[in-house]
Design a binder for this molecule. Sequence first.
Ligand code: ZN
Length: 266
Amino acid sequence: MSPSSGSAAMDESETNVTNGAHVVSVLPTRPRPVPDGTVNGSRVERTLPEHAVPEAPAAATLAEDLLGGEPAKADARYDPAAVAVVALLEALGVPRSEHTADTPGRVARAWRFALRGYCADPRRHLTVTFPCEPGAPLVVQAGIRITSTCAHHLLPIVGVATVAYRPSKGARIVGLSKLARVVTEYAARATVQEHIGGETARALAEMLSVDGAACVITAEHGCMSLRGVEQAEARTTTTSLAGKWTATHPDVAEVLAAHRAEAHRR
Ligand SMILES: [Zn+2]
């Protein structure tokens, strides 16, 4: 599994961000706290007594907790993600209050859930297969709700996906829920809509024996509605095809019709 591009620069070095009169140091993505509360020499350690900073949840249980649908609980101190949230709140001038006292831990847990798609390879859902009757029917699953995070702005992407494939003659099929699991897990990363669809269609084509596979997504992007061009009504549709399917294949017309009917219902 390859992480999405775009975050490498922040991994390498500290960045200075000006906030009014003073400059604060934004932590690299993996700060290492020491027992006295200092974190890579950054001034954020002075905020620890006022903002509760939980410890990172155990890696062994994280994937299970997150992929089971429940965010991991982390109530001890020094979760690096929570430390980074303290730095972000400070850098943006958010005043401390009763409301924000536990915000760093909450935000870290929320982001771990939003980015749970890095915990395991979504293709694992396609390893258990079943025999299929000889007809090799077209399988179209429409109306899959997805939420994702834009890799460029870390703002939400919310939409509906259609996942489809036609098994090759005599090939095996997967359980229907796995189609939804694959696309929702690819979505649970810092990514772009085009990649979610492409990775899902390719996973089906490469893990199963198919004539063709498709993933069609229609979504609203927070980076277009909440900022920048401020187009709250704009929705983007991407069509990703794999296997022998091309845009003019009759199966693809059927997949697109099913997707349109579902996407326009919302
Ligand atoms: Zn964006």
